[in-house]
Design a protein. Structure first.
Ligand code: GSH
Length: 219
C-alpha cells in the first residue's frame, strides 16, 4: 500500500484527513503517533520537523504531505474517488476553499487554543489568550450560524472539504463552548455531520481516547 497516514485518532485535524480518506474509501495504512512517547516523537520529527499531524506519506510518488487541507487536495488530485470534495466548477471550488479556511482559522484554531490552555502547567497559563479565543470563537459561530441556516453543508448542497474541516472543529467546539442553545443552525449542522458515516467512524475510533481530553481543566 502506497499511502501511510501519520496521525492520532483524538486529534481533530487528523479526523479531518481521515474523513476524506473514508469518504472515498482510499486504501491507506494508519500509523498512530503518540507524541508523548519520546521515541515516537523523535521518529515523527524526522519525517516532519514541524511535529504537527496529520502527515501523509506517499511512497509511490515519494512525497510527504503535511497540512490537512493540502493533504486532502493531494488525495483528490492523485487518488480521486467518487466524492470530489472540491467541485470542478471554479466558483464553487473557491467557496469550498474559503469555507475550509474560515472554519480552520476562526473555529478550529480557536478551539485548539482553548484546549491547549487546559493542557498547560500552572504558571504557564495565558488567560488573555484564552479569553480572546473564546470571544472570536463566538463571533465565528455567529457567522457560521447565519450561513448554514440556508444550506445543508458548509459550502452548499454538496458535501465537501469544508465539511471535513467543520466536523471535528464543531465536535470539539461543542465541548469547550456548548452551542446547542445559542447557535441552533450550527447545532443542527453538527447533528448532520455526526450522521455522516465518515465522521461517525472517526468519532468511534477516537472514543477510546476521549478520557485524554482535558474537559475538567477548561477555562
Ligand atoms: N494546520 C495544521 C494543524 C495541525 C495541528 O494543529 N495538529 C495538532 C493536532 S490536532 C498537532 O499536531 N498537535 C501536536 C503539537 O502541536 O505538538 C493542519 O491543518 O494539519
Amino acid at each position: 500500500m502506497s499511502l501511510t497516514l501519520y496521525y492520532h485518532p483524538l486529534s481533530s485535524f487528523c479526523m479531518k484527513a481521515l474523513m476524506a480518506l473514508y469518504e472515498n474509501a482510499t486504501p491507506f495504512t494508519p500509523h498512530m503517533v503518540d507524541l508523548g512517547d519520546a521515541t515516537q516523537r523523535a521518529k515523527f520529527l524526522q519525517l516532519w520537523p514541524i511535529g504537527k499531524f496529520p502527515v501523509l506519506r506517499d511512497e509511490a510518488r515519494d512525497r510527504t504531505v503535511p497540512e490537512s487541507s493540502i493533504l486532502i487536495e493531494y488525495l483528490l488530485q492523485h487518488y480521486p474517488g467518487p466524492v470530489p470534495l472540491i467541485p470542478a466548477d471554479p466558483e464553487t471550488a473557491l467557496r469550498v476553499r474559503a469555507s475550509d479556511r474560515f472554519i480552520d482559522l476562526h473555529i478550529h484554531l480557536r478551539v485548539q487554543a482553548i484546549v491547549n490552555e487546559a493542557l498547560r502547567p500552572e504558571g504557564h497559563r495565558d488567560p488573555h489568550g484564552v479569553k480572546d479565543a473564546r470571544t472570536r470563537l463566538q463571533a465565528a459561530l455567529g457567522v457560521l450560524d447565519r450561513e448554514i441556516a440556508a444550506s445543508t453543508w458548509a459550502a452548499g448542497e454538496a458535501f465537501s472539504l469544508a465539511d471535513c474541516a467543520a466536523a471535528p472543529a464543531l465536535f470539539y467546539a461543542n465541548e469547550v463552548a456548548p452551542f446547542g442553545d445559542t447557535h441552533r443552525h450550527v447545532a443542527a449542522y453538527l447533528q448532520r455531520l455526526l450522521a455522516r458515516p465518515s465522521f461517525a467512524r472517526a468519532v468511534e475510533e477516537a472514543r477510546p481516547y476521549f478520557h485524554m481530553f482535558p474537559k475538567d481543566k477548561l477555562t
